[in-house]
Design a protein around this ligand. Sequence first.
Ligand code: ZN
Length: 161
Amino acid sequence: MQAENNKVVSFNYILREAGGEELENNRESIPIAYLHGHNNILSGLEEALTGLKAGDTTQVTLPPERAYGPYNEIGRKQVPIKTLEKKYKRLLPGMFVRVVGQKGPVNATVIKPGKFMVEVDFNHPFAGKTLEFDIEVTNVRDATPEEIAHRHAHGDGGHHH
Ligand code: ZN
């Protein structure tokens, strides 16, 4: 069975910045499962997985415009520490936090903590990066009618309610 619309595809991955360091992988956990054809993963990744079967491997390179977009300098801002969603004993550069604004909490990365203010970066951590995925497909199965109605995969590696 091959990966196509309305199949649930499971895969292992290693993500690197092109020509650089490893950013992420799922070695410590079970394969990721997604419902093909419903925008559950980056579209460039889904395209590369189309037609693959269990046991197939592939390498996909996605420039920023096909991944998490360009890096935007105005995404770096000073915000009052009291606007962070949680209280921290100590803020350190690189920590992921949520800043509560008028439209609710937004993800950010700490750049430079101060006494009352903290400089954060609202860019996605992978913004501006060309991403290289090493993929190994571990399973392809038919989606259930419920999964298709929900537009995501259920069960191991998928969505839990
Ligand atoms: Zn569901």
